[in-house]
Design a protein around this ligand. Structure first.
Ligand code: AMP
Ligand code: MG
Length: 400
């Protein structure tokens, strides 16, 4: 058996960042910038008002209350085409450009408009620049908005839209194929025949890929026949940036996964000192990373979190790969007798107001017991042979 770290380092060493592509900003959520994003325009594009109210010359408000002559109205999206002079006011709506000649805004709440007289009474004195948002206060042409390596979230995309950028250079979104292997698998809802089970791994793995922001490609079920497995893997490797298969990596008699991958790929077969998810295979089919995940439903998910996801994050251009580990207190006894493995227990829990986690077992811990995995908020990492009693601290990998 090798350590989890050794297995993960091996995988990370063998995958590289995907190609740089130009994509519309509208499709860039979650992607990683390959080049610096630089502002081409100033934001805001013009001086404008932060408040509904009256644009004035600040000097005219000295000694308020004062009465000024109303010479017009300007809404957002319009522009006032005259020039405001001393003693005058223009009614103005939030976001509208400041009329030329005006240097301050009095908020509408501190004014009384007399439409008949064509005047406005202003209750307060305001300084120059009052409620005025200056052109370029958010960004200036040439400003470095975000450096290469930034993973684009909603706020980033809003900024790119605000400076009029239509497209960005990013690392390609990984396209990840998922295939299930096994004669026993059924996925069409029909009544099960003796020995058959339903394929759950494909659903969980496709969803984990999609939740990470990557493109999930359903490669279907390959039955335990050499030709079927080879067709699925070759097709997956040709059309995807990475392939995840589940099943057939342990020691079963009909495990053609191993036979096929050794023929078409350059694979390393690993036994990792963890439970669940001990068997794991990784290699390349041509240039395409191939992850052979274990078949047991919990194992395939744990294997994805610990091994495939970090590699896919590297391929996607992210700068941090590993799962997020935080310290928690266990309310249950989590220890296990020494077996040479780190155990990843499915735990439920919550954070208190200081952000401190308390966790307890999420249910049955068998690698086939997917409901506990589904309920789990985290995986508790219990070192080999450690007696972990209620109240002890434990490292957890937060799953959501
Ligand atoms: P294997 O590694 O192919 O021997 O599979 C190990 C265990 O996982 C067996 O009990 C399989 O029936 C089960 N298994 C394999 N693939 C799937 C799948 N896609 N969905 C649910 N269980 C599976
Ligand atoms: Mg199998």
């Amino acid at each position: 058996m090798i350590s989890l770290n050794e297995a993960r380092e091996h995988v990370l060493d063998r995958v590289g960042t995907l190609a740089v592509v130009t994509v519309p900003v509208a499709e860039a959520a979650g992607l990683v910038l390959a080049t610096d994003a630089v502002a081409a325009e100033q934001v805001p594009p013009f001086d404008n008002t932060a408040m509904d109210g009256f644009a004035v010359q600040a000097a005219d408000t000295i000694g308020a209350p004062v009465t000024l002559e109303m010479i017009g109205t300007v809404a957002a999206g319009a522009a006032f085409d005259g020039t405001l002079g001393p003693g005058q006011a223009v009614r103005i709506m939030t976001g509208a450009p400041m009329p030329s000649g005006a240097d301050a805004v009095v908020m509408v709440e501190r004014s009384t408009l007399d439409e008949a007289a064509g005047t406005v009474d202003l209750e307060i004195e305001v300084p120059v620049g009052n409620h005025v948002r200056g052109a370029g206060e958010d960004s200036q042409p040439g400003d470095l908005l975000f450096p290469a390596g930034t993973q684009l979230t909603a706020g980033h995309l809003g900024v790119l839209a605000s400076v009029g950028l239509q497209a960005v250079e990013v690392v390609k979104r990984p396209r990840v194929g998922v295939v299930s292997t096994g004669d026993e698998l059924v996925d069409d809802g029909r009544t099960l025949k003796p020995g058959e089970i339903r394929d759950s791994n494909r659903r969980t793995l496709l969803t984990l890929v999609a939740e990470a922001g990557w493109e999930a490609v359903d490669l279907g079920i390959a039955v335990d026949e050499k030709a079927a497995i080879e067709t699925a893997f070759v097709n997956g490797a040709a059309t995807c940036d990475a392939v995840l298969s589940s099943g057939g990596v342990s020691m079963g008699a009909f495990d053609y996964v191993k036979v096929v991958l050794d023929e078409i790929g350059d694979m390393r077969w690993m036994q990792i000192a963890i439970k669940p998810a001990k068997p794991f295979a990784f290699g390349l089919i041509g240039d395409t990373p191939m992850f052979g995940l274990p078949g047991n439903p919990v194992s395939s998910m744990v294997s994805f979190e610990l091994l495939a996801k970090p590699a896919l994050r590297k391929m996607a251009g992210e700068s941090e790969f590993g799962p997020r580990v935080v310290r928690a207190v266990s309310a249950d006894s989590l220890g296990h007798p020494a077996d040479g493995k780190t155990h990843f227990l499915r735990v439920e829990g919550a954070q208190d107001e200081f952000g401190r986690w308390t966790v307890r077992r999420a249910g049955g811990q068998g690698s086939h017991q997917l409901t506990a995995m589904a309920r789990a908020d985290a995986l508790a990492m219990v070192p080999d042979g450690e007696a972990m009693e209620p109240g002890d601290e434990v490292d957890i990998i937060v799953l959501r």
